[in-house]
Write a protein that binds this ligand. Structure first.
Ligand code: FAD
Length: 281
């Protein structure tokens, strides 16, 4: 029988060093653990997540929207969804949250090296892709990076500063769309899949990385398959309600797999072996 570590569910205290408002619903928290030694050894990978706790409100899984910087600070970007995330949104610089992790299978970053990358994201789904995009641009390889990003309205477009920064790179294309326009918006209106026809890449030589709501994932899978992407070259992150985060409670099961341990990152080939709602017609 597996002997569980006694402190498995014990969160570590982290200080909110700063808060950035991405839009009216999403805030990015810049954090650092109080325990400096632990903070120095903390090395989450893109695609991994933490269980974030706010006293009296419980825990929620949140992905890293950055890797730690040279000062050991890392980012979590959080959409106000319910009680816990609303309580977090009321917190400020200097406040303390609990974190346990990092958990989950990260993106296969070594597989991305030197490859053309097509990122497709909706809403807060861009958060876990930020460190992947940043690291693929840092590695400076001569490859094309395309981002297709959908938001509800122009005011809901998050990570604008990151997008502006990425656009300065020569081989980067960022295309944005919104579900409904607002005064002054001159960009695209419509679903993120409508952007596919507005950019070019070679499906045989490109990896597609997707993160967003289930309906978007389903539509994007269908479009990528139609274009001839192989199932192994389509990578996504999956969201399920989660409790323990460490593969014990099985709350986040997706058929026989667990999102917390086997994922949250999966290839389409892996998902096709499971009965998942994102693939049901
Ligand atoms: C691996 C993983 C990574 C995630 N990363 C992020 C992130 O980086 N940023 C972010 O803002 N959110 C992320 N989420 C979603 C986030 O965990 C939920 O929005 C959060 O738990 C809501 O907590 P709450 O108490 O505020 O809302 P609740 O009151 O618990 O719920 C509010 C609404 O959100 C829905 N919801 C709650 N939890 C989930 C979930 N796990 N999956 C789908 N819907 C949910 C509920 O059904 C309800 O409709 C992630 C989820 C997973 C599984």
């Amino acid at each position: 029988m597996e002997i569980l570590q006694p402190d498995l569910y014990l969160p570590k205290s982290a200080e909110i060093i700063d808060v950035t408002e991405e839009n009216s619903q999403i805030k990015t928290y810049i954090l650092s653990f109080i325990d400096k030694e632990f903070n120095d050894s903390f090395a989450p990978q893109p695609g991994q997540f933490v269980l974030l706790s706010v006293p009296h409100y419980g825990e929620a899984p949140i992905s890293f929207s950055s890797t730690p910087d040279e000062n050991g600070r890392f980012h979590l970007s959080v959409r106000k969804a319910g009680k816990l995330t609303s309580a977090l949104h009321a917190m400020e610089k200097g406040d303390i949250v609990g974190l346990r992790g990092p958990y989950g299978r990260p993106f296969p970053m070594e597989q991305f090296e030197g490859k053309n990358l097509l990122f497709v994201a909706g809403g807060i789904g861009l958060a876990p892709l930020c460190p992947v995009i940043n690291s693929s641009l840092q590695n400076g390889a001569d490859r094309c990076v395309t981002l297709l990003y959908g938001s509800r309205t122009p005011s809901d477009i998050a990570f604008k500063a990151d997008i502006d920064k990425w656009r300065q790179h020569e081989n980067v294309t960022c295309l944005l769309t919104v579900d409904s326009s607002e005064e002054g918006w001159q960009g695209e209106v419509g679903l993120v899949t409508g952007l596919f026809g507005k950019c070019s890449y070679d499906p045989d030589d490109t990896l597609a990385i997707i993160c967003g709501p289930p309906m978007m994932i389903r539509a994007v899978f269908a479009e990528l398959e139609r274009q001839g992407f192989s199932d192994d070259n389509i990578i996504t992150t999956m969201e399920r309600h989660m409790k323990c985060g460490v593969g014990i409670c099985r709350h986040c099961h997706m058929d026989e797999k667990l999102v917390c341990k086997d994922g949250p990152v999966f290839t389409l080939s892996e998902l096709k072996k499971l009965d998942v709602m994102e693939l049901r017609s």
